[in-house]
Design a protein around this ligand. Structure first.
Ligand SMILES: Cc1cc2nc3c(=O)[nH]c(=O)nc-3n(C[C@H](O)[C@H](O)[C@H](O)COP(=O)(O)OP(=O)(O)OC[C@H]3O[C@@H](n4cnc5c(N)ncnc54)[C@H](O)[C@@H]3O)c2cc1C
Length: 801
């Protein structure tokens, strides 16, 4: 029999989920809502429904594209659920105009067609616009308007037709459980048994989460939406049934968006102060709508009339402060409760992504996998410190403020910081470290104590941000002398106990059954053979392993599969790590220790416990930068002593501290992939160039059965830009013979090779060294050539000596 599913919330997410589940044969679905159907009073009940698909995230764009495709094919009693009126983003500043070119590139990378328009073309599409005011626009013909309330009902009806139930006026008051599994929900109308419960309760999610001891890290914020009276210039343009015919508009320079409501204009505004909503203060009829605060909207009206002078003939007639969810990083929250099997979450989802998220979750529930890379939206992606209510509130507010800003991919949030600092922090500050933030960690990107290189080509403003020519110096010193890198933020897990080896063997692709002291690069795959992560596993005892991981999702996946006898401990915060790399690394390390660190004594990919001065360390002979050296680990209390010891010993050899900017350049020259950017769950090891880390002959492991069936149609491919002065950043589209064929994952200037290195997913037929392609950067096609990899030291002579 099919599992019984209860979905909490009949908004656009809950209803889409019921549709997707029943379509897959899970027909025992009950959707409950505290409000009346099908306008129960959540965010979906009054969302104006603008769907702009283009997003810096490939996943978010694909979730939106599915919503468009699905809702376009839906009607309710003959009425439309989606009007493909197109989406137009206009620029009123040079910076925005420039950024629209990048946006066009992003859309192309993710397969969404769009066009850059001049002002006259924008006005032709939307005659209310002032041609004098705008500099240009970006038009996506497939964007449009979702009629959220209709989409809710249309999807609900389909689900009901397949056996689902929708119950309005049912407030969930508790979630019943037995032996770590959900058994049903308590409502004010009685108990409903369930094998699976999905929280799609919109911004009430945290409250439902509290019922099961789960933090759902979102912040309900009010956002202003207003409607004008009739606009004379729009008389007769739209009939009342179709509502809109011109593109939905974005005027992001002033935090504004627009749509048509017949002869009126709807105006959404993000320029006001963040207004967190107190759930205790909400009314019952339409709880997600608060009173309109006209004074907050005043600047929006002035700017709107400026952009569309025809609006001066009317005024704002109605408005609301409508509530919906914001998260710390702008992504949804999707996944299963780890301590309560069968309790799932689909939260902080826009109408734009609703059907896409519903499909992914339905697939995840029914097939065990979401069918799309969801790591950015996974409920378990946060570190503990990122679940603090103060953190969530601060970051969510900031996301509200920045929602339409031009945000550089490296731009860190300024608050709350600093949160996590390595033991070397004070020394790094003394050296003028420029810190960016990741997973709460302060991470030096370069050190102003180092001199800038003076022989580099000039950069454009965008690629010069969060970059310094100092990075070139740091990279070169690493290649020529020796440098210290703070590797502390790399997540470290200790996996130990009887069965630890067998567990890791089953969990990962490479053979870990080697002698104590071995270090192995290995992959974690999903059951479909997609790459969930790449790990460095050091065997420190027969059943003790130190695992270098990518983030909380790795720990989560491990915990899901670990037998009771195996302990998994996050040792990141209690330990620290210095990467000591460069041809002189041994000159620095050896005199500090009585342990033999010769090439013969501690070979490449071996771990060695030792004392460095007084400091007990574990040194692993690894190198993400492609030079001789070690990752040197110790406990956090001794970190400063370790830093000072290595630093003093290194001074006669010209040691420097080096940051992540140099690191990223060096790793790309060596072809070392970064999980989450270069490859994700959507890629198999062979296509990603990682088959060397897969041992099919070692016995069974997760994903093994799927590997042989995976077709290699696309390959992660190394490119170099032909012009030594050209730079790209990542996510740009790649063209062959004038047509888009793929997209860049990571890119950096290679300071050793003297040109930009870019990795890109390309059709296998094009992944042949010497193939000519173009990479589009802000509208400009930059010639590039597929290169044999790695570009630097392919024989590994620098590491193995
Ligand atoms: C003014 C405004 C403009 C917006 N504009 C857009 C836009 O243009 N494009 C876009 O993509 N998105 C937009 N959004 C965001 C979008 O509306 C929401 O993200 C989306 O509707 C959320 O859908 P949902 O199903 O998750 O939540 P909701 O629609 O809020 O549904 C959750 C449901 O759960 C029910 N519920 C909660 N707790 C319980 C309980 N204990 N028991 C039973 N039922 C419960 C609620 O009654 C509610 O009906 C806008 C939002 C607002 C407020």
């Amino acid at each position: 029999m099919n599992p019984r599913v209860v979905v909490i919330g009949a908004g656009v997410v809950g209803s889409a989920l019921a549709d997707e589940l029943t379509e897959r044969g899970w027909t025992e679905v009950t959707v409950v809502d505290q409000g009346p159907l099908f306008t129960p009073g959540g965010s979906s009940s009054h969302a104006p429904g603008l769907v702009f698909q283009t997003n810096p995230s490939k996943t978010m764009t694909e979730l939106a594209a599915y919503t468009v495709a699905k809702l376009s094919g839906l009607t309710l009693d003959g009425q439309w659920c989606f009007r493909q009126v197109g989406g137009l983003e206009v620029a009123t500043t040079e910076a925005r105009l420039h950024d629209l070119r990048r946006k066009h590139g992003l859309a192309t990378s993710w397969g969404v067609e769009g066009t850059l328009l001049d002002p006259a073309e924008c006005v032709a599409l939307h005659p209310l616009l002032s041609a004098e005011k705008i500099l240009g626009g970006f038009h996506v013909p497939t964007d449009g308007l979702a009629k959220a309330v209709r989409a809710v009902e249309a999807q609900a009806r389909r689900a009901i037709g397949r056996g689902a139930r929708f119950l309005g006026g049912h407030t969930v008051t508790g979630v019943a459980q037995r032996d770590g599994r959900v058994t049903g929900v308590d409502t004010d109308q009685g108990f409903i048994p369930a094998d699976v419960v999905v929280c799609a309760a919109g911004f009430w999610g945290p409250r439902v989460g509290e019922m099961v001891g789960l933090t759902i890290p979102l912040l309900p914020l009010a956002h202003q939406y207003a409607k004008t009276g009739p606009v004379p210039a729009m008389a007769g343009v739209n009939d009342l049934v179709l509502e809109a015919s011109r593109p939905i508009l974005r005027h992001q320079d002033q935090d504004l968006y627009y749509r048509e409501h017949g002869d009126r204009i709807g105006i959404g505004y993000y320029g006001h102060r963040p207004m967190p909503a107190d759930l205790g203060d909400l009314g019952t009829a339409m709880p997600s709508v608060l009173d309109f605060t006209a004074e907050d909207f005043a600047p929006a009206w002035t700017e709107s009339v400026d952009l569309m002078p025809g609006l001066a003939a009317t005024s704002v007639e109605e408005g609301m402060n409508g509530i919906f969810s914001f998260t710390a990083d702008g992504f949804p929250l999707i996944g299963e409760h780890r301590d309560l099997a069968g309790f799932w979450v689909a939260e902080a989802v826009w109408v734009t992504h609703s059907a896409g998220v519903a499909r992914a979750l339905a697939q995840w529930l029914v097939d065990g996998q979401p069918g799309i890379d969801l790591h950015e939206a996974d409920l378990h992606r946060f570190e503990q410190v990122q679940l603090a209510p103060d953190y969530v509130e601060e970051r969510a507010r900031q996301n509200f403020i920045e929602v339409y800003d031009i945000v550089h991919p490296l731009q860190p949030m300024e608050r709350p910081r600093p949160l996590r600092t390595s033991p070397f922090h004070a020394r790094q500050q003394d050296l003028g470290a420029v810190f960016l933030e990741g997973a709460g960690w302060e991470r030096p990107h370069w050190y102003t104590a180092n001199p800038p290189a003076t022989d580099l080509p000039a950069r454009d403003d965008w690629s010069a941000r969060y970059w310094s020519p100092i990075a070139a110096t740091e990279a070169r010193v690493t290649r020529e002398r020796v440098a210290m890198y703070d590797m502390t933020p790399l997540k470290r897990l200790e996996v130990s106990g009887p069965g630890a080896l067998g567990f890791l063997q089953y969990l990962t692709t490479n053979n870990l059954d080697k002698s104590v002291g071995s270090v192995t690069y290995t992959l974690m795959l999903g059951f479909d053979g997609g790459i969930r992560s790449d790990l460095t596993v050091a065997r420190l005892g027969p059943e003790i392993f130190q695992v270098g991981a990518n983030g909380p999702l790795d720990e989560d996946w491990m915990r899901q599969h670990a037998p009771d006898t195996v302990q998994i401990r996050d040792i990141t915060g209690g330990t620290c790590c210095i990467g000591l790399w460069g041809p002189l690394a041994r000159h620095v390390l050896q005199p500090l220790t009585r342990t033999d660190f010769s090439h013969e004594a501690v070979k490449y990919f071996r771990a060695q416990r030792a004392f460095v001065g007084e400091v007990p360390v574990t040194a692993m002979r690894l190198s993400y930068v492609g030079e001789l050296g070690w990752e040197i680990y110790t406990s956090a209390d001794l970190g400063l002593r370790l830093w000072d010891t290595l630093w003093e010993a290194g001074l006669p050899h010209g040691i420097i501290a080096a940051g992540r900017s140099a690191f990223n350049s060096l790793r790309l020259e060596k072809g070392y992939r970064s999980w989450g950017t270069d490859m994700t769950t959507e890629h198999d090891p062979a296509s990603a160039g990682l088959e060397f880390a897969v041992r099919m002959d070692k016995g069974d492991f997760i994903g093994r059965a799927a590997l042989s069936t995976v077709a290699r149609q696309r390959r992660l491919t190394c490119l170099t830009l032909d012009d030594p002065a050209a730079v790209v950043m990542g996510k740009e589209p790649v063209y062959a013979d004038g047509a888009p064929v793929g997209y860049v994952t990571s890119a950096s200037y290679g300071y050793t090779i003297g040109r930009t290195v870019a990795y890109a997913w390309l059709p296998a037929a094009l992944s042949v060294p010497g193939t000519a392609v173009d990479v589009e950067y802000f509208g400009e096609r930059l010639p590039a050539t597929v290169a044999a990899e790695p570009l630097f030291d392919p024989k590994m002579e620098r590491i193995r000596r």
